[in-house]
Design a protein around this ligand. Sequence first.
Ligand SMILES: Cc1cc2nc3c(=O)[nH]c(=O)nc-3n(C[C@H](O)[C@H](O)[C@H](O)COP(=O)(O)OP(=O)(O)OC[C@H]3O[C@@H](n4cnc5c(N)ncnc54)[C@H](O)[C@@H]3O)c2cc1C
Ligand SMILES: Cc1cc2nc3c(=O)[nH]c(=O)nc-3n(C[C@H](O)[C@H](O)[C@H](O)COP(=O)(O)O)c2cc1C
Ligand code: SF4
Length: 637
Amino acid sequence: MKLLEPGRIGKMALKNRVFMAPMGTTTEEDGSFHDRSIRYLEERAIGGFGLIITGANQVSTDYEQKACNILGSVRSVQQLNWLARRIHANDAKLCVQLTVGLGRMQLPFAAEVAPLAASEVESYWFPGLMCKPLSVEQIQDLVVKMGAGAAAAKAAGADAVEVHGYGGYLLDQFCSTLWNTRTDEYGGDLRARMKFGLDCVTAMREAVGPDFPILYKFTPYHGVPGGRELEEGLEMARILEEAGVDALHVDMGCYEAWYKAIPTVYQHAPSQAWLAAEVRKVVSIPVLAVGKLNDPNIAERVLQEGKADFIGLAHGALTEPHWVNKVQRGEAYDIVPCIGCNECLFAGFKGGHYQCAVNPQCYAEDFFPVTPATAPKRALVLGGGPGGMEFAITAAERGVEVELWEKGARLGGTLWAAGGPSFKSDVADYATYLTNKTFRSHVTVRTMKDGTAEEILAGGWDKVVLATGAHHAMPPIPGIDGPKVVTAGDLLTGRAEHGARVVIIGAGLVGCETAAMCAQRADSVTVIETLPKILMSVEHCRNNELALAQLLEDSQIAFITDARVTDLGEEAVTYLKDGQTTSIEADTYVIAAGYTPNDGLYEQLAGRVDVSVIGDAVKPDSILKAVHQGFHLARSL
Ligand SMILES: Cc1cc2nc3c(=O)[nH]c(=O)nc-3n(C[C@H](O)[C@H](O)[C@H](O)COP(=O)(O)OP(=O)(O)OC[C@H]3O[C@@H](n4cnc5c(N)ncnc54)[C@H](O)[C@@H]3O)c2cc1C
Ligand SMILES: Cc1cc2nc3c(=O)[nH]c(=O)nc-3n(C[C@H](O)[C@H](O)[C@H](O)COP(=O)(O)O)c2cc1C
Ligand code: SF4
């Protein structure tokens, strides 16, 4: 496999073609790498990644506040050295990403403080707040500090450094006419706009010498109106090669279309390889590609087809730290897939530590060990959704004798509805993965098995877990039992069909995704919502929000908000809005009006057996909640 072949970036020899893509983590207070972060990166080196690229390290906080790691203090170099040693001990290489900052992407704590950027452009997070241009002296100071940062990284034991020059962050802001209107030597034609970045490369080269690899992560195509078009991006690639950069790490997008840079469940895999391929045609240095390459077959194809020299995983390294080893051992079937929810990124943006919906040990490698059970135990879990399966797999791993009863014909629970639309196949893949893992895990599975309280109590279980999910809420609207009425769940799982004209009641996540799915085939889709806006109940990371908004915009759906459905008649759906009654004729009426916990058995069992409830049966929520609750409950047995 090409994935496992050795490679080379400049003078740096790499044992395979797979790198862990940069992802910033929480840090020590002074910006040094936290021990927890070091341990998390080490686990990916143990898992076989040939090259680990750290998240961005700021080389200065003189012009903007701390946003990620900071490289500069004695402590930061010591911690970096500790990281380098632990990466090297696992036969991997370490590349440290360096940044001059975020510019207009900063999240200033005081919203009225204007961020420093390339030019007087709007702050991204605070529209209306205009940035101030960095002075020439400030730019030159940052250039010197990039050199110092590179020297510090090399001294700490890193094998390479990477310029954080992509994605609409400060260096990229200078490079793009969208954000750079300067008239001095840092503005104007492309070479002038690139001067800041090129000066950084020169300073870094002087600091590290000719043999130390310098990678450059850049964005040859923004994919937003007024942003960089490919032609300019390819010219940038040529200029960067000419400047002595050893490899180009290709990225796409910027925050205005953030899902293009950090993909979500709604993007197709691979999402950016085409762009790396375009760059590779015009340079002779190695090209690194990222973007939904988590499936080894897809990643291998990208290399085989010559689209890139190395492939990188960001999300995929969070869900499956041992990705490379599993590929090497022929165990790709056991790679934990990513569901594209971006709870990882969202946690960081909310000021918390990383977490991963499908890997509860992510960024908690030493905190949540799965140890052998201290005494023989028998556990029964009801419900084969993600919560029940995660519980069963983890408990079985501990040596607990586990039986799982699922009232349906197959495992997977609501994941099959969540992953029903073609644009959410990542979730369906996860359902398949968990199902297969459960069957490989010494769990006794009984499908079509809906236990009564008496039957459960008769089993003499040490532990009973109710992972029974939630019921569709059926609003008391006249006609709700009519023949045209179906639930979103039935439609999404193919248990029901829809006609040419569809009306959906409810514009939460389920209603909107169902609408987008129906719009693929229906003549008309209308969604009626009582709240003033659609998706008001959804708390998503920004990139998922933008991706879903784009999907809905492309799907030609009519939304009627602030409206209450009053009748589901034989011919039409009637609703009340602004005191006026209107009817829409339709063939299918879809109910997507929320969920209520399916926890009826709890009262019958509580006090008579050791029973716990997890997942949607507690409160309809998310895959993350169900999986994490299942995992932790199994660990605590
Ligand atoms: C359309 C849709 C889209 C969604 N999209 C997302 C998303 O993108 N990201 C996200 O994080 N979350 C999403 N969710 C929510 C997510 O699917 C749920 O939070 C998650 O599946 C809950 O897992 P669970 O194991 O608690 O329950 P479920 O997945 O609902 O599984 C419960 C299982 O219990 C079985 N069962 C019920 N009663 C019994 C009984 N008495 N005996 C035996 N078995 C029983 C059921 O048949 C079912 O298989 C979505 C939900 C829907 C409906
Ligand atoms: C949580 C998170 C943090 C990230 N932080 C950085 C970063 O510090 N520097 C960087 O260059 N890219 C960062 N990225 C982008 C990734 O390196 C990568 O380009 C992107 O996620 C696409 O790869 P993937 O599809 O394998 O996730 C981050 C991505 C995620 C999900
Ligand atoms: S939190 Fe979600 S998006 Fe992030 S790595 Fe885990 S599964 Fe993928």
